[in-house]
Structures are given as structure tokens and as C-alpha cells.
Design a protein around this ligand. Structure first.
Ligand code: WTA
Length: 637
């Protein structure tokens, strides 16, 4: 069975693409009409990119969880909605059917209400990859609370910043999270964050790792106790709150080129339509397929392709608590074999890391259920592409290389499995409805093929970012002010002779470390917090596994006699301020940084040195003190 908006042939792709450009509103109206709306929209689209102000399906009323759950109950009620594979392979997995997931969501939605959460309130969710994370997200959506999921690797300080920015009064967390052999004391991290957030009223804690926690009277409650109370009272209305198409569904913080992460806001109607549309078309999902997206729900990929996209179309989605290399590097393949996974969607960094273990961990694993493979988060290098294709797909599974961003809500440029051809290291073609353009530095569109430029998008699509929470001007300057009437992605891009797009990486000061977006300014701010540090400059450099590594040039006053200890102190400071994911891989102590006469750091030079290209540094004549470059070159790590 195919879905009403499923494109099933190349000819249909071409026709759909043409129509989507010629008459976008008619195109999206057809796609949107296959969802459950309590009240249909009055107008498909209103937009301008100057303010920016984009609204889709105006006047439409809905609740996304009725689309994800309720509407499947009659036809797919006993079908697995969520398969959960625990961190420890010896523990039992859990399977929640659509009926069971619905029941859990409705119950927890009642718990949220009983604890004071109302429509429009922000709820921060800081949990490991357990089914309750999915339940908490959906329960928020059920009652119109705006969820803000924070990845379990962020520090107390990062959480506090996000809580303050969103003024979130409610938190859902766990005692701890399991990641391979490690446990992360999530509740303890929350407690540290809350020292700076007296406005937080309730913390709901799911009991999972049996880590000792402090539960503060009046503020902290146990998830299980609250659910038991609701179940015993029998007082569950089960009703989903009616939302306007443009009401915010969630906030997700992401890094940009400034020091402070921004809260990307997505809306209910447009996000739902695009997440489901892109899911079905890119992966060519067929009813009954088991979809395994290895991302964490703390990132946009988990939001769109573990939860909302798959559930909206009644798919079976697999959620994995652990990491690919524990208890050994065969864990993904065990999961594929055990659950007969059909679609595997992962990141180049995971592929490269598994590649480094060779093919021994694949021995004896039956991967024949696989039909489609996917990659996301960073450019996939050809070597990793071929390894994935040869050893995992055995040459018979199309690999979709999906380019998109937190801000786009869903996949924008990608081949569609078995519909449009793959090309290693290329995201290939835009989905119908998406109009990429390349521009030069002056904002002039570069037409024709075999050209490179900065990647922008011309016309709004339903899941485009609506605002950055609490600061609309920031949304305008970040994405819509660089080039008039275009959404600017921050990525550089090449278009080949056949019109295929290849993303070449960020053109702003944003790093992509193991598929995680990290702003250089954020890392610099964190390094500069360390007592001995005067100033620092952070750039990326090519890293075999992570894609990009973090290279920090640091001017230090009082160091320990032992440079290595000072380096560790600095790394520890970054872990404290942001999280372990942002720790620099290399720290070079320098006496000065290459600056222009106006005091601007010339990162271009530092980037070249970090990349090991010390001979061809380009124009250095505008430097205040060219000698500093020689010193930095000589001290390169
Ligand atoms: C990069 C992740 C090349 C890109 C969904 C983008 C990619 C940033 C690809 C967004 C890809 C993502 N090929 N680069 N297939 N997918 N990127 O917001 O630089 O975490 O701007 O969203 O990742 O990262 P984000």
C-alpha cells in the first residue's frame, strides 16, 4: 500500500516537482488533506521573508497526536508503534502497540495537567532514550504544551541557559541514563541547573537506573507515582487539546555562529505535514516496515524520524537506548538481525567509527531484512559510503543521503529510495516543494550547472522555522537578512552537471563534530571562563571519525607547569559549561592570535594551520603582527 502523497516513480517525481514549483499551494493542499484536521484551513499560505512571517494552513485546527495515535487505533491498534531496544542486550526489549502507546500518552498527559501544565507552557525534557521520553514528548503535544527536549549530553549550565531562555517551569527527567558502560546522573545535573532557575515549579522524575537522587518536597515527584495516582483515580479525560495550525509545537535549541544557542520554533500543522511527507517519500516507507533511526530524540532527527514522521503514518519505529559500540561494535547489526529492521537511518560518524572495527563484528549477523539505508548530519565521505553500501546494504539497498537542518524540520535534499538515483557523497535532488538556489557572496543567484555557492532556499515549505524563541529579530538576522527574500542555510554547496547537490560544509562559524552542531563562539566563551585563559580562537579540522575535530588556540597566563594538566583543566571547563561533546580535541598554547588592525581574528589562517596547510596561508599582509603566524605554525599540534 502506498500513501496518498507517496511518489512511486521517477516520472511521478518529475511531475510532482514541476507542479510543486508552478503551484506550491495546490501541491501542499493535496498533501495536507490526507491528515486529520479538526477544522480545515481557510488559506494555505501567507508569507514574506523580510520580517520573516510564514504561516501555513491558516485557520486549520488539529492535534498532532491525534494524527500520530488516535487515527490509527481502529486499523492499526495492535500493531507495534514503538519497539524499544535497551542499552543492555540481556534485558528485555519493550514493544508498545499503537493502543498501548496511546494509553500511555493519554495517562501521562493527565499527569502533566494534574501537575499544573497548561497549553502554551514550556516543558523541558531531559531524559535518556527510554520509551518514556517518547511518551513525554507526545503527552506535551497532546495538551498543547511546548516541549523543549535537551540532549542528555548537555551540562547543567547549558540546561540552565535553555530553561531561562524558554522560561520553562516544568521538567521531565530520569534518575539517570544508560549509555554503554556509562551512566549519566540526569537528575543530579538537573538539580545543579536548577540552582540558577528558581522559577521551575515541578520536576517529574522517571525511575530507571536506580541512581540515588535527591527529591525535593513540593517540587520533585516520581513519574510512576503520578501515573499510578491517575490510573487509580480513573479520572483521565483523554482529550487532545485543539491547536491552531500555527501554534508552536516545540522548541529545539541549536548552535549558530553567535555564542548563545537559539531556540528554533516549529509549528503544529506545517511541521506535521512535512515530517510525514518527507519520511514516506525519502525512505519509501511501506506499511509493515520496521524503521530504525539511530539518532537521539534530543536532536531534530529524532523528533522528525523516530517520532513524528513515522507515527503520523502508522509506521513501526525502533528506538535504541545505547551506543553502537557496546557491548561490542556489532550492536547495530544485532539489532537489525533481532528485530528484522527494514530501514536503517544513521550518521556518517557512526559508520566511520564502526568501519574502524573492520567486518569481523558483522560475522553471523543476518542483515537480509534491510531494504533502505540512510545517512544524515554531515557530508558522507565516499569511503564510508562504499563501506556502508558494500558491507551493510550488500549492494542491494539504496542509500539516501539526506540533507536538512534543525531549522528546516525535515529532509530537504535527498535521493528517494529506488525512485531517484544515489550518487556517493551527494545529497542529490530536492524533494518536491523545495527550491534550492546557490548564491555568490553578493547574493547574486548562480544559475546553470557545475557551479558552487552558498545554499539558500527560495520559497517556504511547511516546516520552515517560524521564529527563534523570544527573539524574532535573531531569526531574521540569522536566516533571512544575509540575502533578501531567501532563507540562508549557512552551508556551502556544489551543483554538478546533472543538477545534483553536494553539500560541502558550513560557511559560517559552526562546527559539525560527530554530526553535532557546535558554534565556535560557544566553545571560545567556555574556554575563556577558565581562570588562566586570556583569549582563545576555535576552528575545525578534519577528523577521521568525527568528521570535524575542535582545535583551540589559547592564550594563557598562569598555567600549571604541566601543559597537559592545563589542557585537561580547560577541557574540563568546556565540559562543565557546555557538555563533553564540545571538548576541544587539540589545544595549542600561543602568545598571540593573528588579528587584523581592527582587532578581528583571522580564522581563515588558523583554519589552514589546524588543517596542516602551513605553506599556503593566503594574504597575511593585513595582519597586525605577522610574526605571530610563524610562532603558531611552529607550535602546531
Ligand atoms: C549538516 C541535522 C551534508 C549541514 C539534520 C547542516 C549535512 C547541518 C547533511 C544541520 C548531509 C546535515 N550532507 N551535510 N546529508 N545533513 N548536514 O541542525 O551542515 O543538527 O547545515 O540538523 O548539518 O545540522 P542539524
Amino acid at each position: 500500500m502506498s500513501y496518498p502523497f507517496q511518489i512511486t516513480s521517477r516520472a511521478q517525481y518529475d511531475a510532482a516537482y514541476k507542479q510543486s514549483i508552478e503551484n506550491p499551494e495546490a501541491f501542499w493542499e493535496v498533501v495536507a488533506s490526507s491528515f486529520l484536521w479538526r477544522k480545515p484551513w481557510d488559506k494555505v499560505l501567507e508569507w514574506n521573508f523580510t520580517q520573516p512571517d510564514v504561516k501555513w494552513f491558516l485557520g486549520g485546527k488539529l492535534n498532532i497526536t491525534e494524527n500520530c495515535l488516535d487515527r490509527h487505533l481502529d486499523t492499526l491498534g495492535d500493531k507495534p508503534a514503538l519497539i524499544w531496544e535497551p542499552n543492555n542486550p540481556d534485558e528485555p526489549n519493550r514493544i508498545l502497540t499503537y493502543k498501548e502507546l496511546h494509553q500511555e500518552v493519554v495517562q501521562f498527559a493527565q499527569v502533566l495537567k494534574n501537575n499544573g501544565v497548561q497549553k502554551g507552557d514550556r516543558v523541558c525534557i531531559y531524559m535518556g532514550m527510554v520509551p518514556e521520553l517518547a511518551i513525554a514528548v507526545l503527552a506535551c503535544a497532546r495538551i498543547g504544551a511546548i516541549h523543549s527536549v535537551i540532549f542528555g549530553g548537555f551540562s547543567a549550565q547549558s540546561i540552565a541557559d535553555r530553561l531561562q531562555d524558554a522560561q520553562a517551569k516544568y521538567i521531565v527527567t530520569c534518575d539517570g541514563a544508560k549509555r554503554g558502560a556509562k551512566q549519566i546522573p540526569l537528575k543530579e545535573v538537573i538539580d545543579d541547573a536548577l540552582v540558577q532557575c528558581p522559577f521551575v515549579e515541578k520536576v517529574i522524575v522517571h525511575f530507571h537506573t536506580h541512581t540515588p537522587v535527591s527529591m525535593i518536597k513540593g517540587r520533585d515527584v516520581w513519574w510512576q507515582d503520578e501515573v499510578d495516582k491517575v490510573a487509580a483515580s480513573g479520572n483521565i479525560d483523554g482529550l487532545a487539546t485543539e491547536m491552531d495550525s500555527e501554534d508552536p509545537l516545540f522548541i529545539l535549541y541549536t548552535s549558530g555562529s553567535t555564542g548563545k544557542p537559539k531556540g528554533v520554533v516549529h509549528s503544529c500543522g506545517g511541521y506535521m505535514v512535512y515530517a510525514a511527507y518527507s519520511f514516506v517519500n525519502v525512505f519509501q516507507y511501506q506499511q509493515g516496515d520496521i524503521h530504525f533511526c539511530t539518532a537521539d530524540i534530543g536532536w531534530i532527527t529524532g523528533h522528525s524520524y523516530i517520532l513524528y514522521g513515522p507515527l503520523c503514518v502508522g509506521a513501526t519505529t525502533l528506538m535504541f537506548e545505547g551506543i553502537p559500540t557496546w557491548p561490542d561494535a556489532g550492536r547495530f547489526w544485532d539489532i537489525v538481525d533481532k528485530h528484522k529492521v527494514n530501514i536503517l537511518y544513521t550518521a556518517p560518524t557512526a559508520i566511520r567509527s564502526l568501519m574502524s572495527f573492520g567486518i569481523e563484528p558483522l560475522q553471523g549477523k543476518d542483515l537480509s531484512s534491510l531494504k533502505v539505508l540512510g545517512s544524515v548530519g554531515e557530508p558522507i565521505n565516499e569511503e564510508a559510503w562504499h563501506w556502508f553500501n558494500d558491507n551493510i546494504g550488500k549492494g542491494r539497498c539504496p542509500i539516501v543521503d539526506t540533507w536538512w537542518q534543525t531549522e528546516t524540520g525535515g529532509i530537504m535534499i535527498s535521493n528517494m529510495a529506488d525512485i531517484t538515483p544515489a550518487k556517493p557523497a551527494y545529497a542529490t535532488l530536492p524533494l518536491p516543494g523545495i527550491q534550492p538556489v546557490l548564491v555568490d557572496e553578493n547574493g547574486k543567484e548562480i544559475t546553470g550547472n557545475d557551479v558552487s555557492g552558498n545554499l539558500c532556499i527560495k520559497h517556504p515549505w511547511p516546516s520552515i522555522i517560524r521564529t527563534t524563541y523570544g527573539d524574532h529579530e535573531r531569526c531574521r538576522t540569522n536566516y533571512f537578512a544575509t540575502y533578501p527574500n531567501l532563507y540562508f542555510t549557512g552551508d556551502g554547496c556544489y551543483r554538478d552537471a546533472d543538477g545534483n547537490y553536494r553539500i560541502t560544509g558550513r560557511v559560517d562559524d559552526v562546527l559539525n563534530v560527530s554530526g553535532h552542531r557546535i558554534g565556535t563562539a560557544e566553545v571560545e566563551n567556555a574556554i575563556n571562563m577558565h581562570t588562566g585563559v586570556v583569549e582563545s580562537a576555535v576552528v575545525g579540522y578534519p577528523h577521521d571519525i568525527k568528521g570535524q575535530g575542535i582545535y583551540a588556540f589559547v592564550i594563557c597566563t598562569n598555567t600549571h607547569d604541566d601543559d597537559n594538566l592545563t589542557r585537561q583543566d580547560i577541557a574540563q571547563t568546556v565540559a562543565r559549561i557546555i557538555g563533553a561533546i564540545a571538548k576541544p580535541d587539540k589545544i595549542q598554547f600561543v602568545s598571540g592570535l593573528p588579528k587584523t588592525r581592527s582587532g578581528k581574528i583571522m580564522r581563515r589562517i588558523l583554519r589552514k594551520i589546524a588543517e596542516g596547510e602551513t605553506n599556503n596561508l593566503g594574504d597575511t599582509t593585513t595582519l597586525l603582527d605577522p610574526n605571530v603566524v610563524e610562532e603558531i605554525k611552529a607550535g602546531r599540534i
